[in-house]
Design a protein around this ligand. Sequence first.
Ligand SMILES: *Cc1c(COP(=O)(O)O)cnc(C)c1O
Length: 399
Amino acid sequence: MSELSSKILNSIENVIGKKNDINCIPLHEPYFEDTNAWKYVKNCIDTGWVSSSGDWIEKFEKGICSYTGSKYSIVVNNGTVGLRLALYVSGVERNDEVLIPPFSFVATANAVSHLGAIPHFIDIEGTTLSMCPKSLEKRLDQIAVKKEGKVFNIKTGRRIAALLPVHVFGIPANLSELLKISKSWGIPIIEDAAEALGSWFNISNKKKHCGLIGDLGVISFNGNKLITSGGGGVIITNNKELALRAKHLSRTAKINHPWEFDHDAIGWNDRLPNLNAALGLSQLEVLENRLIMKRNLLKKYKENLHSIKEIYFLNPRVNSISNNWLITISLNFKDIIKTKKERNELLNQAHKRNILLRPLWKPLHKLKMFRKSPKSSLFLAEEYEYRIINLPSSPQLLI
Ligand SMILES: *Cc1c(COP(=O)(O)O)cnc(C)c1O
């Protein structure tokens, strides 16, 4: 075993304890112990309101608005459909291009493809692992033209309809800079804030929740996220028109009427069931506490790993706050081959010790479905691909 792997793993075990053969340490587990989860879910079952309408839906939406400061929120089935719906209401159509960073869960690119649009990859920046404003600007200068208020890719002839930056592992993307570029070109921003509930950005001296800096943002409540509704997601926005349209389309575009079934568009059934909203609200009520538990966990990891010179912790920019969803370290080596070798050794050894460390996702532009998608130079993405490791990050790990 390499010396580095054992140093890192011993230090991790100092934080979370040594695990035996039966208990493995997953990356992120849900936690309901100190919540009203059972009471709220039981209420759904007792009253029969388990499906697409009921009181908990509105309560959950109100709770999200009050926590994030969003004027509107639309809860949906999951983050993926939330992204698809947010892109749709912001005007993305078949054969448009949507600019995205290559490091994300596959859902980001899938949501673009579900509309018949095409992901177009822009390189990352090392600090946030998300879209690099400089690369974006350079790429647009090279390939884009503005015609009658719309932006076109001169190489493909397709319209560039949206920017979709991702707040990777809860670390806010460089949104103040991305926003400037979005404004100067007139391209809307939809934020993939799936991992970023509880992450904030300081912009023009105002603290804004991730997802509310662009036109719309989407948060996921999947089981592995910071809090969960079983499955679910929410679109947040301060734009009334977009919010109403998203809400309407998420519920089959049905015109409100006591008994008539009239629909004025081809909508989706994206609604979050009441049962999931009840569970979600019970988790939202303990969010602040979870964020504290996360900060403590990060502190413990830092205390125990700081002397290892070959790694460093990913930190948010000074103008932003991360929810620490997945605590992340990066290997420090310059050489990519050495990095990959050390990373694989670390992952192998970790899995032998039942600690489920996780590497970065395979970059989206290397997945079979997206290999032919347009892309900028992805120089930094290539460099970071093998450097990044997520540590077990469940908030309850220190209990
Ligand atoms: C989880 C996640 C999604 C998708 O959310 P689901 O609720 O699982 O559909 C999208 N983007 C990112 C970055 C995610 O982590």
